[in-house]
Design a protein around this ligand. Structure first.
Ligand SMILES: C[S@@+](CC[C@H](N)C(=O)[O-])C[C@H]1O[C@@H](n2cnc3c(N)ncnc32)[C@H](O)[C@@H]1O
Length: 518
């Protein structure tokens, strides 16, 4: 049987449990014509408070995944194979991992379907396309209750998906492969296999393994939440606890209010977010942020007018991707096509940064891009926020730009980069969001070093220094309160723990300074 190599898609939003949908204490499920089912809070929640915890129906490789071990999902070249089924794993432990051994391993071994070596294991492996759908399908037999109450109710959008080119690829790589080659046609049918592929595309969320590899997980409670480009919840997945998920409120959620998550990158501009939501989740987002030409005053999509100095170019009708864009000050008009071209040129420049190492050359390139598009993009445009986000993680860390190397001017620069990101993050991911937690943490170090230097040079007096340090402590406290809620095995969780220690040290050394006589 010949597999079809699909074009790469990114349709991710980003083990059984006894807890079924509708049983959560946090929300009740309501329904309307536009979104289908959605979640309404049953009581009040505070920022950071847990809404619900759940175990996934299944986790496994994403669509278009490169070759991965089917036990721990580490990258592999396919040279090590499971002794029972002959599919890629990286160790005996991984071959014996329950998720593999009780699922596809049994199916492949019974049908004697062997894995065929891939020419280039770094490219998407069509053979892995069937793994996560198969794991979900098998729950129909292993946990029929959960299948009936949770999985079978999920939205697949198969009527729309049927019209896509990819439907035919899915028929060959997943449906025919599982039913014919793996001899599952007595247990499942065409419609069921396409259904699980559909619900995975529409409902699964990206999950990171302990080693940082991106896979996907199907979480029925989380999947009830509608999308909003300003979410009021966040979630973390604990990879070394069988991918248990914890969903939390990021802001106050009152009883009767809808709970929202995000299915896309919040930093992206409206055109990009809406395009991604339409192509992979099959709906037109009409949230407040998408409907507002200024993106709630963040100007994440706005361009600078090149004809007059004072104007900002905004979409006349942001819910219509064909709408023209106009200057707020002069009569200059730009077509939707022109804006799309400008955005894709800048986006591909930024994408180039992703493949660069964490080194001084990446700092220089990101700074160059900020300068290059200064006359085109609004200062708070999404692309600028993305570049600043990249820079704040490098300043203070990479050789040549460690905190010991940074002159005061670069400390001030890092402070400004963080403050600019926060102006946007406070609106698009308010409250207890990872984005805010991380940027607040990045902000506290240069603020502290800058204040210390000013004090040591005698440029500020003790009182001003103490008030600046009080500010630093407040910022670090907020960062820590957010990040300490993350799994300690993740980088965010580790920063939360470091933040806690620094907070104690800073508070006690500031107390010493405050009590000292001049
Ligand atoms: C993960 S599911 C959410 C649960 C779904 N509403 C259900 O009934 O099963 C994602 C789907 O819900 C709908 N949806 C979610 N958020 C939406 C929104 N903001 N506007 C319109 N439809 C939305 C879309 O059909 C989308 O493909």
């Amino acid at each position: 049987m010949e597999f079809i190599h699909p074009k790469s898609t990114n349709n991710i939003i980003f083990i059984n449990t006894n807890q079924s949908v509708g049983m959560t204490e946090a929300f009740k499920i309501e329904r309307n014509e536009t979104v289908g089912r959605y979640a309404v809070a049953k009581k009040d929640f505070k920022p950071g408070q847990v809404l619900f915890e759940e175990r996934p129906v299944a986790v496994g490789p994403k669509s278009c995944s490169p070759l991965l071990c089917l036990g721990c999902y580490s990258r592999t070249d396919g040279s090590q194979l499971c002794p029972r089924c002959g599919w890629p794993v990286c160790s005996v432990d991984c071959a014996n991992d329950k998720l593999h051994a009780n699922a596809e391993c049994r199916v492949f071994a019974a049908a004697a379907v062997k894995f065929q070596p891939e020419e280039d294991p770094r490219l998407p492996s069509p053979q892995l396309e069937c793994i996560t759908p198969l794991r979900v399908l098998l729950t129909k037999e292993t946990d029929p209750e959960r299948w009936k109450k949770e999985v079978s109710l999920m939205e697949s959008h198969n009527e729309e998906r049927k019209k896509n080119e990819y439907w035919k690829v899915e028929k060959v790589n997943v449906v025919d492969f599982l039913l014919k080659k793996c001899k599952l046609d007595g247990r499942f049918n065409d419609e069921e296999v396409h259904f699980v592929c559909g619900i995975l595309e529409v409902n699964s969320f990206e999950v990171r393994t302990t080693y940082g590899v991106a896979i996907r997980g199907l979480y029925p409670n989380l999947a009830i939440l509608s999308h909003n480009c300003v979410p009021n919840t966040t979630h973390s997945v604990i990879s070394n606890e069988n991918y248990r998920l914890i969903a939390r409120a990021t802001v106050d959620i009152k009883s009767g209010q809808e709970m929202f998550t995000t299915y896309t990158h919040t930093i992206a501009p409206t055109l990009t977010r809406r395009e991604q939501l339409l192509s992979s989740k099959y709906f037109h987002c009409t949230c407040k942020r998408c409907s507002d030409p200024t993106e709630l005053g963040t100007h994440s999509s706005s361009l600078k007018c090149t004809k007059c100095d004072n104007g900002v170019i905004l979409s006349v009708s942001p819910l219509n991707a064909e709408s023209e864009w106009k200057c707020t000050h002069c009569s200059f008009v730009v077509s939707a096509d022109q804006v799309t071209r400008i955005f894709s040129t800048i986006q591909s420049d930024i994408d180039g940064l992703e493949t660069m190492p964490n080194a001084d050359s990446t700092i220089e390139m990101a700074e160059k891009l900020l300068r290059k598009y200064r006359s085109v993009l609004h200062p708070r445009h999404s692309f600028n926020t993305t570049l600043r986000h990249c820079l704040v993680q490098l300043y203070g860390r990479v050789p040549g730009y460690t905190f010991d190397d940074l002159p005061d001017i670069l400390l001030e620069h890092k402070i400004e980069l963080c403050e600019r990101i926060l102006e946007v993050a406070n609106v698009i991911e308010p409250g207890y969001s990872r984005l805010r937690g991380l940027i607040l943490y990045e902000l506290h170090v240069p603020m502290m070093l800058f204040a210390r230097a000013r004090f040591e040079y005698g440029e500020i007096n003790k009182e001003t220094f103490c008030s600046k340090m009080d500010q630093v402590i407040k910022i670090l406290e907020e960062a820590t309160n957010i990040l300490i809620l993350e799994d300690p095995s993740t980088s965010e969780g580790a920063i939360g723990l470091m933040g806690q220690q620094s907070l104690e040290q800073l508070t006690s050394s500031l107390a010493v300074v405050k009590s000292s006589t001049d």
